[in-house]
Design a binder for this molecule. Structure first.
Ligand code: V47
Ligand code: SF4
Length: 718
């Protein structure tokens, strides 16, 4: 029995995981297998429900006597940016949120040197008096420790007084990483692990429920995370007082540790999944969208998390540390995220009592479950090499578990893609609206390496000429110049890879000269062109599927390979399903074309303009496409077109691009190629590093002359 199936059978028998099991899950388990286990375990506890609440965070002050090294939020009195709200300001925020139907205020802040215990009691009782409907979840164990010490009270006495003034429960902050090896390095003067746990023990004994957190993704390793979670599990065994566990993804701006990297998306999902399996005595695992970003937070709902926190207005702690999420999600945005993860939204209060759910959602969930046996059986057939008919394809697209889809897609990918890698292609966009000579000069520049902004072997670069790029003008109406540029470049640099992009534009090239498309393509082929792709700028919707397929067929007939774009669409209304039937039809047509011509290098998945497709649906579409087109080598997932939910990124920092978190996941679920990475405005090495750290072997596609074999997994060094 493999180590994983041993763990699986122990989980099924209700046995608890050991520290070494958890380490194994972190370090050695395939992402899909781990997710599947955690998802199943979560569903035994919470069925399909995903909880959220309507709340507001209030951070009354950022003035703090401590100087935790990871903290970008705190200021010393008088520092620029230091603030403290008056009681009236706090009440105004509470009023605002109460009027919007919130059920909770979440209050945490710095350890203010001058605020005394009485002022905290006053804050609680004023809020409770004016807004009795609000549950007050306030003050981390670190704040309680500080307040009690200042008031010369025992923790138990301080908690009793705070509870009497209106405290309803305690949030989970301040836990960071318990292990002294790490704690002494990141927050050495803060309440230590034993005391943090003891304060929560005391709160539980006083009848207060509390939450708990773990700050990960800085200098800790997996065994520190496991140690942290084991201590929480032990206390939960003792008291049962924890509501929920919340892994907090480290936000890397302005910290004293010199860390600049955001957590990896794959690591976020692993952490959620392992915590779900290891913390068997916790009912709830929170996918905190403020720190994960809404994209990963939504994915996490299939990896063991069953709570999205809340609508959260004005959260400053992660925001000041580079948190990329907008600070507010509306109720309907939260509903959409949950529904599009095939889950049922349930509004809860702080203590997880249900406030609202929709019977229609429950009905839809039950309907999905009814199809599960059928879709498992269908995907088993796919794994065995059988093709499904379109009706069966639609059934798996709509109802199969994302993990079974991903597993089947990975098996198909292994069978068809010549290399096991996730590949990408450094590209040099030829942007030129001047004379032909200057375009040739920019190719010369790259080959002579006089352009020093990259260190990539020019033979590995694909020169892209996108006829639909609005900034490129030179060849739009001039087939002769285009052909002479291509043949000139080929003569000078044998086997140079030129990718001509823009199907509608190539079509038009012929029309302005009254040439048949066949003739245009013949001339391009004769000049040495081997590769045509869809343009990222071009929306192909005014060409019919028949016309598009015919275009590709004609290219293949003159020995030009193509990459076709396939779009997944939906109406722009949150709850609606993607239009799977259309997608499946188009994918099937491309499959037939490739059977006939063998000319497709791959299909490139994109979201149609005006559609609302969430990352989970996009990942589903990757797997569906991989399964249907099981005769075509690549499923391209162009990195620059991965859809992300509304999220902010800090200017110019590729590390904060939410798509980076999704790239490795896309490859794990059947994508085989991340498309072209323009070396002029991003750094392909950064993406490769990200993928490799995520455990996805990655290579550069060797695209000289359109061949799509990839090589090596060692980045871009020649
Ligand atoms: O204790 C500080 C963390 C915590 C950073 O109980 C950082 O429902 C990431 O505890 N990157 C406060 N994290 C937030 C917190 C919390 C949040 C949401 C819900 C609940 C709950 C609790 O934030 C701190 C610290 O661990 N933190 N700086 C940072 N740069
Ligand atoms: Fe102060 Fe909390 Fe920041 Fe530490 S993490 S410096 S205790 S506000």
């Amino acid at each position: 029995m493999s180590a994983l199936s041993d763990i699986q059978s122990r989980i099924e028998n209700g046995q608890r995981l050991s520290d070494s099991d958890a380490l194994f899950l972190f370090e050695q388990t395939d992402l899909i297998e781990l997710g599947q286990l955690a998802n199943k375990f979560n569903q035994t506890k919470n069925s399909r429900s995903v909880y959220y609440n309507v709340n507001r965070h209030i951070n009354p002050t950022n003035i703090c006597v401590k100087s935790c090294k990871f903290c970008a939020f705190s200021r010393k009195p008088g520092d620029e940016g230091a603030y403290e709200y008056s009681l009236d300001e706090i009440l105004a925020k509470a009023r605002d949120v109460a009027s919007q139907g919130a059920t909770e205020v979440h209050i945490v802040g710095g350890l203010h040197p001058r605020w005394n215990f009485q002022s905290y009691l006053q804050m609680l009782s004023a809020i409770k008096d004016q807004f009795p409907q609000l549950h007050i979840k306030a003050f981390t164990a670190v704040e309680i420790d500080w307040l009690a010490a200042k008031a010369r009270l025992s923790v138990a006495e301080a908690l009793t007084q705070l509870k009497n003034a209106g405290l309803g429960s305690m949030p989970g902050g301040g836990a960071e990483i318990f292990h002294p090896e790490i704690r002494t390095q990141i927050c050495d003067t803060k309440t230590d692990a034993e005391r943090w746990l003891d304060i929560h023990r005391t709160a539980h004994k006083a009848g207060l429920k509390t939450n708990c957190t773990m700050l990960y993704g800085h200098i800790e390793n997996y065994s520190h995370r496991v140690d942290h979670m084991r201590r929480l599990r032990e206390l939960q065994d003792e008291t049962g007082g924890f509501n929920v566990f919340i892994p907090l993804a480290f936000q890397p701006h302005d910290n004293e540790m010199g860390i600049k990297r955001y957590t990896l998306g794959v690591d976020d999902l692993r952490t959620i999944a392992v915590s779900r399996l290891f913390l068997d005595n916790f009912n709830h695992i929170k996918s905190y969208w403020i720190m994960l970003g809404p994209d990963i937070a939504q994915m996490a709902l299939n990896f063991g998390a069953n709570d999205l926190d809340g609508t959260v207005t004005e959260e400053k702690i992660s925001r000041m540390a580079g948190g990329r999420s907008g600070m507010v999600l509306t109720k309907s945005q939260i509903h959409n995220m949950i529904r599009k993860a095939n889950r049922t939204p349930v509004e809860r209060d702080t203590l997880y009592n249900q406030i609202w759910h929709d019977d229609e959602d429950l009905r839809r969930s039950a309907e999905r479950d009814e199809h599960r046996d059928e879709t498992s059986m269908l995907l088993y057939k796919v794994e065995q090499g059988e093709a499904l008919d379109p009706k069966q394809q639609a059934s798996v697209a709509k109802f199969a578990s994302i993990f079974e889809l991903g597993q089947a897609a990975s098996i198909v990918k292994k069978r068809v893609a010549k290399s096991p890698f996730g590949t990408l292609l450094p590209s040099y966009p030829l942007l030129n609206d001047g004379p032909l000579e200057s375009l040739q000069a920019s190719v010369d520049d790259v080959f002579s390496n006089s352009n020093t902004s990259h260190d990539i072997d020019p033979k590995k670069i694909c020169f892209t000429l996108d006829l639909a790029d609005p900034t490129v003008d030179c060849f739009k109406h001039d087939l002769d110049s285009l052909c002479s540029f291509i043949s000139g470049a080929n003569a000078k640099y044998p086997n140079i890879a030129i990718s001509l992009q823009g199907i509608k534009s190539i079509w038009k090239l012929g029309q302005v000269k009254d040439l048949a498309l066949e003739e245009v393509l013949e001339r391009l082929s004769t000049s040495g062109l081997t590769n045509i792709e869809s343009s990222l700028y071009e929306n192909e919707e005014d060409l019919t599927t028949f016309e598009l397929i015919d275009f590709h067929r004609k290219c293949h007939q003159v020995d030009i390979n193509t990459i076709a774009k396939i779009e997944i669409s939906s109406t722009y209304s949150g709850g609606s399903e993607p239009f799977w039937d259309q997608f499946i039809y188009k994918a099937g047509e491309y499959k037939k074309l490739h059977q006939e011509t063998l000319g497709l290098l791959g299909l490139s998945l994109e979201v149609a303009a005006g559609s609302f497709i969430t990352p989970l649906e996009f990942i589903r579409a990757i797997a569906v496409l991989r399964i249907i087109t099981d005769n075509i080598e690549h499923t391209f997932v162009p990195f620059t077109k991965i859809p992300t939910l509304k999220a902010h990124s800090k200017d110019g920092d590729i590390g904060s691009d939410p798509a980076l978190k999704l790239a490795a996941i896309a490859i794990s679920f059947g994508g085989s190629d991340l498309g072209q990475i323009p070396i002029t405005d991003s750094d392909p090495n950064r993406l490769i590093e990200e993928l490799e750290l995520s455990g996805v072997p990655t290579g550069i596609r060797n695209n000289t002359r359109g061949q799509s074999t990839s090589e090596g997994s060692t980045g871009l060094q020649p």
